[in-house]
Design a binder for this molecule. Structure first.
Ligand SMILES: Nc1ncnc2c1ncn2[C@@H]1O[C@H](COP(=O)(O)OP(=O)(O)O)[C@@H](O)[C@H]1O
Ligand SMILES: [Mg+2]
Length: 237
């Protein structure tokens, strides 16, 4: 079992986020985690990564607790770019991770070439565009060659170049037996990479395969809230 989460209960204070939820991933590849904002995507990834502790239930990655897999460098968690240090350069960030995981200069150089960041190594991260920060984050994760990656909304607000680079990287990793759980509120974006999804619905995690019906259900999920918009003239409210 690659990811095995069972009888998971988690709430923030009074607010129940997961109730006896479960999730199983047995086969390497790309899995989408889909839910509207505020439903619990980030919370779930933090729970799987071991950064949050559930009130009850078990979470195993490759048959061991997440912490163990961090130590073995088999697990990476791509959070949003607030984890980067604005006043440090790309080289500073890379050096730090490289030291910890003893990756070769040659491998690093190849990676930087692929993410098109070679010319920016001495620039402070605060001068980076959103896309450049995202490409640096993925490089930092790839340096440790993780077997399982958790990615929290990696496509948000990206320029087309970065979008294509990330898509190509994820497809390449999937072809080489890496498992990625990628959260998004955008089914259509993730559907370009995978047809295997988990939805968060009523505090449960539900596995679904992308089909035409699923797409309709997704459209309904979002458009229902705004049905009233289809029945009015905005200029005549
Ligand atoms: N640290 C926190 N303390 C209390 N409530 C939180 C905290 N983090 C998130 N929440 C609440 O939990 C719910 C799920 O949040 P989150 O996992 O960030 O959702 P998503 O990533 O799907 O947008 C939200 O309603 C949010 O307000
Ligand atoms: Mg989130």
């Amino acid at each position: 079992m690659i990811i095995d989460l069972d009888h998971l209960n988690f709430s923030y204070h009074q607010k129940m986020i997961f109730k006896d939820a479960q999730l199983q991933i047995n086969t390497p590849g790309i899995y989408g985690l889909i839910a509207p904002n505020g439903t619990g995507k980030t919370t779930l990834l933090q729970l799987i990564a071991g950064l949050l502790k559930p009130q009850s239930g078990t979470i195993d990655i490759l048959a061991q607790p997440a912490l163990k897999q961090w130590q073995l460098a088999k697990l990476a968690f791509l959070q949003d770019n607030s984890v980067l240090y604005p006043y440090l350069t790309e080289r500073d960030h890379l050096r730090y991770v490289q030291q910890n995981y003893q990756t070769s200069d040659q491998y690093l150089a190849r990676l930087l070439d692929i993410v098109e960041l070679t010319d920016f190594v001495d620039r402070k991260v605060k001068t980076y565009s959103l896309g450049q920060k995202q490409r640096l984050l993925i490089t930092l994760a790839l340096l440790m060659k993780p077997q399982v990656m958790l990615l929290d909304e990696p496509f948000n607000g990206l320029d087309p170049d970065t979008l294509f680079i990330l898509r190509d990287i994820f497809a390449n990793l999937a072809a080489h037996q890496v498992t990625m759980l990628i959260s998004s509120h955008n089914l259509l974006e993730l559907n370009k990479l995978t047809s295997q999804f988990f939805f968060i619905e009523q505090q449960q995690i539900v596995a679904k395969t992308a089909t035409a019906e699923l797409e309709q259900e997704y459209q309904r999920l979002y458009s229902q809230k705004r049905q009233h918009l289809q029945q009015v003239n905005l200029y005549e409210l």
